[in-house]
Design a protein around this ligand. Structure first.
Ligand code: SF4
Length: 293
């Protein structure tokens, strides 16, 4: 069985930077409580690693970021790579907290483009995932930003502004985006569109579409990670027969490898390299041994 690691895959610069910022913050303030408002990046192994360093992740799907912030009264709060609203930053300051902003530069770039168009009087159509922190941070900028997460959202949208601008969450699938652009152009021919998938996301997606003769693709990552889920979508849409999302090598079912000539392994932008290497090692040694028995 041939095993191919897809290149590029795994950590992106935004994730590396966010993790470094969190670790550096705790190192510089060992005696203060350091909190992260939500998962720093969407991978539970990263959250666990940070927890072992004494960095507390505040994460509760029933609570908004503002409500999570209400649960702390002192210390340092880190805002995640997905971005944060100005209101929450201000609230942290009002509470006397210090903050560190780990927002990825690519997320900030999209936010800045949106702000420019808002200032010019445009309404913004934003293609993103409902309740995802990156989308929530963007929506907090203005009521003139309209989230589109499905065809139905677009169909139901009624706008009386002729000046319209469309952009997207940085981690969406480029195939999904192409379909959406066509639909949006049909409904609003005058709309200005700027595609804002970040380089890390698009290069990982593109690498999958270039795979040849791949019978099975493992996507290593966390179910909460949008870019990881999009790699699964791209794999399936590229015609790979079987695409499986796994958190680590323990999720590999040997039955899935029967009759597989070539297995490929990719990973989301928030998946630690150690998890990817463990999957490759398992496929190379253990799985190979079991299949040849
Ligand atoms: S996936 Fe893209 S936007 Fe998200 S942290 Fe990585 S580089 Fe930044």
């Amino acid at each position: 069985m041939e095993i191919k690691k897809v290149v590029p895959s795994g950590y992106c610069k935004g994730v590396v930077n966010a993790i470094k910022l969190a670790k550096d913050t705790k190192k510089a303030h060992p005696n203060e409580d350091v909190y992260i408002l939500g998962m720093l990046v969407h991978n539970s192994y990263v959250t666990e690693e940070l927890s072992q360093l004494g960095i507390i992740t505040l994460d509760d799907s029933k609570l908004s970021k503002e409500e999570l912030l209400d649960t702390i009264s002192e210390g340092i709060v880190i805002f995640t790579a997905h971005g944060i609203s100005d209101q929450i930053k201000q609230k942290a300051l009002n509470k006397g907290l210090k903050y560190v902003d780990a927002t990825c530069v690519d997320v900030l770039k999209t936010q800045n483009i949106i702000k420019e168009y808002l200032a010019k009087g445009y309404d913004i159509l934003y293609f993103g995932k409902k309740r995802h922190p990156e989308a929530e941070a963007v929506l907090s900028i203005s009521k003139r930003i309209h989230l589109i997460s499905s065809r139905q959202d677009l169909e139901e949208l009624e706008l009386d502004n002729d000046k319209l601008f469309l952009t997207n969450q940085t981690t969406m699938s480029y195939l999904e985006l192409q379909d959406l652009f066509t639909l949006v152009k049909n409904k609003y021919p005058q709309i200005i569109i700027e595609e804002e998938i970040c380089n890390a996301t698009s290069s990982r997606q593109l690498a999958i579409t270039r795979l040849q003769d791949c019978d099975l693709l493992y996507v290593v990552g966390d179910v909460k990670s949008n870019n990881t889920n999009k790699l699964v979508d791209i794999g399936l849409q590229s015609g790979i027969k079987k695409v499986l999302l796994i958190q680590n090598f323990k999720d590999i079912d040997i039955d899935d490898l029967q009759d597989v000539n070539k297995v490929c392994v990719t990973a989301g932008a928030s998946t630690p390299p150690s998890l990817i290497n463990e999957v490759i090692d398992y496929l190379t040694s253990e799985a190979g041994d079991q299949l040849s028995d």
